[in-house]
Design a protein around this ligand. Structure first.
Ligand code: NAD
Length: 262
């Protein structure tokens, strides 16, 4: 039996990309997987059916819009009432907008700060009390290389991700010695819809084809010249939930093809 078999794990933004890869990885451990994120009824049913068919994990979906603190509160209360208290919280949902600061739309700033930073605060404040009571819990914040360094035209995203790194350290300090850890994972480029959109935008601006734009995109930041795989992030989350990681807390873990080594 996997040590994660009896654990309930909530992964925000898990109907796509990195979050979905994390959900699959925990489902393979037969954890109880609680999905969150957007999608049509059919898309979400397909994800739940696939995960349930391939594993014997119980899989649930709560579609709260993470821009809304009340919707987050309602989701957390429903999960508590319908499934029980969460053992592992993986804050992952995130969005991006790329534009110079002087024209950066104020509504985009507000949306990115709400989803990429404030939602991490709201889910954590609702989840961490029962983790402390039980004497075991894991909070994993999917931040970004942009939690460690900046890039032009990403003011809201970089500000939010640096905020997540700070929040991670504070939660680690407040939960120290109580069996609860809080760590941040900082991926470089992972080829998900979030990055695919940026490559397409770059290709259009620089009149390159998709392959040329991808090559330049990687060469600019990743000395490894390859994408990080969503599965690599998922495996790091799994490790952070293992006994071997019980003394890792407040750690800010780069998986970035060498981006931050420069
Ligand atoms: P993605 O676009 O594939 O998935 C985003 C998920 O968030 C989806 O499930 C979507 O439905 C959900 N979501 C978006 N807005 C939401 C809202 N208001 N309420 C609820 N759910 C919402 O993105 P991804 O690339 O897998 O990114 C996941 C996380 O990883 C993000 O925090 C992102 O910043 C971070 N990250 C990604 C990369 C990368 O290269 N892809 C690199 C570093 C960090």
């Amino acid at each position: 039996m996997s040590e994660l078999e009896s654990k309930k794990v909530l992964i925000t933004g898990s109907t796509s990309g990195i979050g979905l890869a994390i959900a699959k990885t925990f489902a393979k451990q037969n954890s109880t997987v609680i999905l969150n994120g957007f999608g049509t009824i059919d898309e979400i049913k397909t994800i739940i059916d696939d995960l349930s068919r391939q594993t014997s994990a119980k899989v649930f979906h709560y579609g709260a819009d993470l821009t809304d603190p009340l919707a987050i509160e309602e989701m957390m209360k429903k999960i508590q009432a319908e499934i029980g208290s969460i053992d592992i919280l993986i804050n992952n949902a995130g969005v991006q907008h790329v534009e110079a600061i002087e024209t950066f739309p104020v509504n985009k700033w507000d949306q990115i700060i709400a989803i990429n930073l404030s939602a991490y605060f709201h889910t954590t404040r609702h989840a961490v009390g029962s983790m402390k009571e039980k004497g075991w819990g894991r909070v994993i914040n999917i931040a970004s290389t942009h939690g460690l360094v900046g890039s032009p035209y990403k003011s809201a995203y970089v500000a939010a991700k640096h905020g997540v790194v700070g929040l991670t350290k504070v939660v680690a300090l407040e939960t120290g010695g109580l069996g609860v850890t809080c760590n941040a994972v900082c991926p470089g480029w992972v080829l998900t819809p979030l990055v695919d959109a940026q490559i397409k935008e770059k290709a259009e601006h620089s009149k390159q084809n998709y392959e040329e734009a991808t090559r330049d995109f990687l060469a600019e930041k990743h000395p490894s010249l390859a994408f990080v795989e969503a599965e690599h992030i998922a495996q790091m989350c799994l490790f952070l939930c293992s006994d071997a990681a019980s003394q890792m807390t407040g750690s800010i873990l780069a998986i970035d093809g060498g981006w931050t080594a420069r």
